[in-house]
Design a protein around this ligand. Structure first.
Ligand code: CA
Length: 330
């Protein structure tokens, strides 16, 4: 019930149309398996402004669209390459060449322990044939579609696990920039924004490339596995945000960080204003129907962030829903 207070009490003063950019999180991942070309094409067709690939490197250094270091939750790697797991029983993308990954069938995400779907109401597990998507293929496809449609949809790659790649002798940022160099990106017809959780990587990009890329510092929560190395609370403090503003154009926080529960209900947290005071744009994640607080619809949450908080962009598994909410008068 408390959630309702903010949604009901919110008043709209501005009359301008909302211009929140809609980012297709791993493609239209609510409807087709994440990071597949089908999911990206559907997101494009649904009107997304940006397509998001998470990127990791293959053994031969090719950036491919994958969220995990490992292949087990989204592909048939265990059947195709028996004996190639590490001691932990998992298959790491960085242990396979692109040619090997091209032999895999990708599909809806499962919990590796049980084989059950992470999101049971989505695309059926094991249904269909979907190949690995390289950054290069996504660039060429998006650029071609922009040409044939006259639109200007962008790419918003996330550089995954730079430290992990470095430990394996690979440089994820350099490999991605090499692809962007080959295609002279970003360009007027194809904007490119770059996101990363590791501050050093973004700092190095800013130092090496100046203002060429729009850079977004992602923010995690301390309790998330794999993100314990950065003091996220310190990054949210005044000093921390000042430091971020020195190398990044904006922040990408979990959406819950921008809301706060009080006796009066749920209100915007101090973080949104703190970021804006430093000139940082705010791109929260992830607007997903299965992850909404009890009693709050995806549409209501999107409406709050688009029409009331007016964030500059947001990440969603449901780009078509977000585009529709944006088009509605609040
Ligand atoms: Ca991501």
């Amino acid at each position: 019930m408390r959630w309702m207070v903010l949604f009901m009490a919110a008043t709209v003063s501005a009359t301008a149309l909302a211009d929140t950019r809609i980012i297709a999180h791993r493609g239209a991942s609510a409807h087709l398996p994440e990071h597949t070309m089908a999911a990206y094409l559907l997101a494009y067709g649904q009107g997304a402004d940006f397509l998001e690939p998470d990127l990791v490197l293959t053994r031969d250094g090719v950036p491919v669209a994958l969220h995990d270091r490992t292949l087990d939750a989204t592909s048939d790697v265990a059947q195709v390459f028996p004996g190639r797991a590490r001691d932990d029983g998992l298959h790491y993308a960085i242990d396979f060449t692109l040619a090997e990954l091209e032999r895999l069938n990708f599909g809806e995400r499962v919990e590796p322990e049980t084989g059950q779907a992470r999101y049971p109401d989505r695309w059926p597990v094991g249904q269909g044939r979907f190949g690995i998507v390289t950054l290069e293929a996504l660039v060429e496809t998006t650029r071609s579609l922009n040409r044939s449609t006259g639109r200007r949809v962008g790419l918003y790659p996330e550089l995954k696990f730079p430290s992990f790649h470095r430990d394996h002798g690979q440089d994820i940022a350099a490999a991605v920039v090499a692809v962007l160099d080959r295609h002279a990106l970003p360009s007027d017809d194809l904007p490119v924004w770059i996101q990363c959780f590791e501050p050093e990587t973004l700092r190095d990009l800013r130092d090496a490339h100046g203002d060429r890329f729009t850079l977004i510092q992602l923010l995690a929560e301390r309790e998330w596995a794999g993100y314990e190395d950065v003091d996220w609370d310190a990054m949210w403090a005044a000093d921390g945000l000042d430091a971020v503003a020195a190398y990044a154009d904006g922040v990408g926080p979990p959406l819950a960080r921008l809301l706060e529960r009080t006796d009066d209900g749920v209100v915007p947290s101090v973080h949104l204003q703190a970021a804006r005071e430093r000139g940082l744009v705010v791109h929260p994640f992830t607007f997903r129907r299965e992850s909404m607080p009890e009693g709050v619809t995806l549409e209501a949450m999107l409406g709050l962030f688009i029409h009331e908080l007016r964030v500059e962009a947001l990440f969603t598994d449901h780009p078509g829903v977000a585009v529709a909410v944006r088009a509605q008068a609040p």
